[in-house]
Design a protein around this ligand. Structure first.
Ligand code: GLA
Length: 697
């Protein structure tokens, strides 16, 4: 059985009384040519079981398969020895369906892999059903198990911590197992993405498989090397023993996603972005994506009506199109010790509620957005005083806080009803176009029912969405701790990190952008010095980096000097004139020969592109190496211009003639741009340029 989509071909072989086996995963052309680099072949040899061992799409243990099974079940405290008695495999369009029956143990599994014909992204999940009167406990059910091709000898992960997400890290497949286990109750700062790749694969070259689990709770990602060197990848929600199915009940795993590229990480982005745009379009987002002004790093908790009015006036003058009132607006919320749970405007700071301020924002031509953190409660709140039993807790045990807050138990319908009521009331009472939905705490104490809590969270979110389909919602969890495809199917925008430092954001947005399209990634111009890193960066550098995402401003504009104010205004205007391309085109990211971070978005016809060339640290030589451009059409001629405003210090290093040429545009062939590149004053640290390419022939 063969399936194809995008760059990927998959081939399966049916087996007797066992799930099918993946016999090919790789580029279409290789499958056509008979296939090479097959995944794990049935393996027999000395000192091994006499019948060849096969890793199926759902390997189970007990009959010679010695690696981690894809399914582990218990009944009555005893491990179940899985014995498939009936296996039905059928191809339906672009999907493989496998029905598995274990009659001796009275349960069944339905497993589905479906490939998107356009992008080549595969979605996989399984449903487990208990047919026995005795409950069935689930220890582990992988959403997908993939026997990796033999070229996949390296792994890359994206570990992170608060305000330092997306630290791309690569290493050879270790002997035994590599596993990333997340027990934070959120997707986590390290995300749910990893790559299995050929050694040496990079931004633009080499075979890579990108794996992602669409799940916002605890999870396990793993690659296990077998005795013959081949490896099996698995991903799934992770809470051993927590899901117990009563007679007749079923449970479906989160969806796992994977895609293949034979041209490095950019090929993966192309596949995932195309898939995301087609399958998870923004629900409510009005295009073009409006420039945000967010109050947080400008004034933190220091919000009252006069202050906000002043900020709104300034924000509108800068060119902002939406004012998002962040934390600090609700009952008792003067700092992060109190107030969460009491979702009504604080009357000491908003004597007449939020309405007069919202009207002010609208009069300035902006939309209004509001921050909420519904899943949480401060012990110092009316909600907690009234319902101390509504939080995740263990009777009689301490209730440890994080950021002085506790998590509400969303497995309870009454708690979800209360929260829906509170959010619904806000949205009915005010013309709120946008919600920033935050979640600033990990889930503890154990035994929190993380899987059911996560499902309860989805239920609440989906209910709000259904009742208010026109309201855009941003997903934030202390920055980037909830960046996953389950949320991409629900949220219009993400806040990938609390770090607004542009140098940090070059890295964070690059790797968040591996799977998530730019228009979904909020990117704000923050203050200098940056409140988290302390780094001072020019407005020019900060604003240029912020252009490559969904742009916003998050600083106190009253403190800007005139030069910075003008620079910010001009970059916002620049964003507005290029966002249609930035938010629809193909994304490319690479590093130049001497370390410049290059990002480019190009339209499908390869007739127009906007690129960012940014250098964080100094170049080894006073003349920077040319930046060779990727993704252009080698046969075309382009007019290349440097978009203004320019970085002052670097621009002074250019001759007047060069300056004039870059202003009017240089005619250069695609082949020259690709092979030789462009030479720019890019040797000094913290320098960035924006370049535009327009095809002229
Ligand atoms: C989190 C978010 C920030 C901000 C604060 C407000 O840290 O990630 O963007 O909203 O909460 O308390």
């Amino acid at each position: 059985m063969r399936f194809e989509g995008g760059r990927l071909a998959l081939q399966f072989e049916e087996q007797d009384n066992a799930p099918p086996r993946l016999t090919f995963i790789g580029p279409r052309f290789a499958a056509d040519g008979g296939g090479f680099d097959p995944p794990l072949q049935p393996f027999a040899g000395p000192s091994l079981p006499d019948a060849p061992i096969t890793a199926s799409v759902l390997p189970t243990s007990g009959f010679g398969y010695m690696s981690e099974p894809g399914l582990i079940l218990r009944r009555g405290g005893k491990a179940i020895l899985v014995r498939w008695a009936g296996v039905e495999t059928r191809a339906e369009g672009h999907a493989l369906h496998v029905q598995l029956h274990d009659e001796a143990n009275a349960f069944a599994v339905e497993l589905t892999w479906s490939i998107c014909p356009h992008s080549g992204v595969v979605q996989a999940r399984l449903t487990l059903r208990n047919h026995h009167a005795e409950p069935l406990a689930l220890e582990w059910a992988a959403s997908v198990c993939v026997a990796l091709p033999t070229w996949a000898r390296e792994i890359a992960a994206l570990p992170g911590r608060w305000a330092h997400e997306q630290s791309f890290t690569r290493f050879p497949n270790p002997p035994g197992q590599w596993a990333q286990i997340n027990r934070t109750g959120r997707t986590g700062f390290s995300g749910a993405t990893f790559l299995a790749m050929a050694p040496g694969a990079d931004d633009a070259h080499g075979n890579v498989i990108g794996f992602h689990l669409g799940w916002s709770g605890d999870h396990r990602l793993q690659v296990e090397s077998q005795q013959d060197g081949a490896a099996i990848a698995q991903m799934g929600a992770y809470e051993p023993g927590a899901i117990v199915l009563q007679a007749g009940e079923s449970w479906t795993t989160p969806t796992a996603y994977f895609a293949f590229s034979d041209c490095g990480f950019n090929g993966l982005s192309e596949a995932f972005h195309a898939f995301a745009r087609a399958s998870f379009p923004s629900h409510a987002a009005r295009t073009p994506r409006r420039v945000h002004f967010n109050s947080w790093e400008g004034v933190y908790f220091d919000v009252d009506e006069p202050t906000l009015r002043a900020l709104a006036d300034e924000a509108a003058a800068l060119g902002a199109e939406r004012f998002v009132l962040d934390d600090g607006w609700f009952q008792g919320r003067v700092n992060d010790h109190a107030g969460l749970g009491d979702w009504r405007a604080d009357r000491t700071r908003f004597p007449d509620g939020l309405s007069p301020f919202i009207a002010h924002v609208q009069k300035l031509g902006m939309e209004f957005g509001l921050w909420i953190e519904p899943e949480m409660v401060n012990p110092d709140s009316d909600l907690y005083r009234a319902h101390p039993d509504w939080v995740v807790h263990v009777d009689g045990a301490p209730r440890p806080t994080m950021r002085h807050q506790l998590t509400l138990d969303l497995t309870r319908a009454d708690v979800r009803d209360y929260l829906f009521g509170a959010i619904d009331a806000l949205l009915r009472a005010h013309p709120i176009a946008y919600l920033k939905w935050d979640c600033n705490r990990d889930l503890f104490p154990a035994p929190a029912r993380v899987t059911r809590q996560t499902e309860g969270f989805y239920e609440l979110w989906d209910q709000v969405r259904a009742a208010h389909p026109a309201v855009e919602i941003e997903a934030c969890a202390s920055g980037g701790a909830r960046l996953d495809f389950a949320m991409l199917s629900r949220a219009d925008r993400f806040w990938p990190s609390d770090a607004t430092d542009a140098i940090e954001r070059l890295r964070i947005n690059r790797w968040a952008g591996l799977l998530f399209p730019l228009e979904r990634l909020g990117t704000h111009v923050g203050p200098s010095p940056n409140p988290i890193t302390g780094r001072r960066l020019s407005m020019d550098f900060r604003a240029k980096v912020a252009l490559f995402g969904h742009m916003g401003v998050e600083l106190d504009p009253r403190r800007l000097n005139e030069d910075d104010r003008t620079a910010l205004q001009t970059h916002i205007a620049l964003y507005k004139s290029h966002r249609a391309l930035l938010h629809s085109g193909t994304f490319r990211a690479w590093t130049s020969d001497d370390g410049v971070d290059a990002r480019m978005v190009i339209d499908t016809a390869k007739s127009e592109a906007v690129a960012l060339f940014a250098r964080a640290g100094a170049a080894p030589f006073a003349t920077a190496a040319p930046v060779r451009i990727q993704g252009l059409d080698p046969g075309a001629t382009y007019r290349a211009t440097l978009l203004e405003p320019w970085p002052h210090r670097a621009a002074r290093r250019m001759s007047t003639r060069d300056q004039a040429a870059w202003r009017t545009g240089r005619l250069v062939s695609g082949a020259v741009l690709i092979n030789q590149g462009v030479s720019l004053p890019l040797a000094d640290p913290e320098t960035a340029w924006l370049m535009r390419f327009v095809r002229v022939a």
